[in-house]
Ligand binder design. Structure first.
Ligand code: C2E
Ligand code: CA
Ligand code: CA
Ligand code: CA
Length: 279
């Protein structure tokens, strides 16, 4: 009796059924949000302890639910990437981030760049570099005013091709950063071949500083390694003064985190007061 079976399944696996339905609802919701162009791009600064100024901004995607509450990107970004829909958002994403970069670089004292998160599908797409160059040109944006953040996972899946694309980007003057560094098990032999400027240490390793001996050891060795490789380390998720002091004492000078500022819409970064944010 099928009807009875169904009843049983929903009794024994209520959680599973719920989250499946939620997933389907989110997919439908995302599809509509793409059609209606309802995504937003917010910006969070990275500050430099040496200059005491904002050095770059990371562009972070935002989407609201029916009640107007923000949906966590950790919920919708994986879906956008798995479905390939991220490609539909790319023109909007690149245009918005690059026009913001063009504006901010001219207004931030000492200049700045905007870091854009790029997934593997985008990076490995044949037309990617061409599209990027066209938008930079249309927005009167210097290549060095943007940085592309790529995760370690992308290197593991297509190492040679990724190195080739990153090399081409660097030759054009576009900056490159490895995101979520330390979470993706990338081999050191591999890291040394990467033409990147910044390593972003994941918040996971920053959260318990300076109270976790393993995290201290990890952050310390990433710092020393990056020095030898000519890369700069950005610490993500810096929330306390104590974390910042420890990082500074261990020669990590670039910080992104709630201690300095939360992500916010571009408009809120356009005042002299906001851009004068200093350590
Ligand atoms: P991510 O690239 O590692 O971005 C950093 C995340 O850390 C952001 O989360 C940011 O809001 C959060 N964060 C920064 N400082 C602090 C802090 O002090 N405390 C805490 N608790 N969190 C902090 P967010 O905005 O929720 O984004 C989550 C992830 O979604 C990003 O992680 C990135 O992987 C992805 N994402 C966001 N926007 C885009 C996008 O435009 N394209 C792609 N492909 N992925 C994106
Ligand atoms: Ca990022
Ligand atoms: Ca990150
Ligand atoms: Ca992260």
């Amino acid at each position: 009796n099928i009807k009875g079976m169904r009843g049983q399944v929903s009794v024994f696996e209520p959680h599973f059924a719920d989250s499946n339905r939620e997933q389907l609802n989110l997919e439908e919701y995302l599809k509509r949000a793409i059609e209606e162009a309802r995504f937003e791009l917010w910006y969070q600064p990275v500050v430099n302890a040496v200059s005491g100024r904002i050095e770059q901004f990371e562009a972070l995607m935002r989407l609201r639910d029916e009640q107007g509450e923000l949906i966590s990107p950790d919920r919708f970004i994986p879906l956008l990437e798995e479905s390939g829909w991220i490609m539909l958002l790319e023109p909007w994403l690149l245009r918005s981030a690059i026009s913001a970069a063009s504006l901010l670089a001219r207004r931030v004292p000492g200049g700045s760049c905007v870091a854009i998160n790029i997934c593997g599908q985008q990076l490995l797409d044949n037309g990617f570099i061409e599209r990027l160059l066209r938008i930079l040109d249309e927005s009167a944006c210097e290549p060095s005013w943007i940085s592309l953040e790529v995760t370690e996972r992308q290197f593991l899946e297509h190492p040679e091709r990724v190195i080739q694309v990153l090399q081409a980007l660097r030759e054009m003057g576009i900056r490159v950063a490895v995101d979520d560094f330390g979470t993706g098990y990338s081999s050191l032999a591999y890291v040394k071949r990467l033409p990147v400027e910044h390593l972003k240490i994941d918040r996971e390793f920053i959260r318990e500083l300076p109270h976790s001996e393993p995290d201290k050891a990890i952050v310390n060795s990433v710092g020393r390694m990056s020095e030898g490789l000519g890369m700069h380390v950005i610490a993500e998720g810096v929330e306390t003064q104590e974390q910042m002091e420890w990082l500074k004492a261990h020669k990590v000078f670039l910080y992104q985190g709630y201690l300095f500022a939360r992500p916010a819409p571009l408009e809120s970064w356009l005042s002299d007061e906001a851009l004068g944010l200093v350590l």
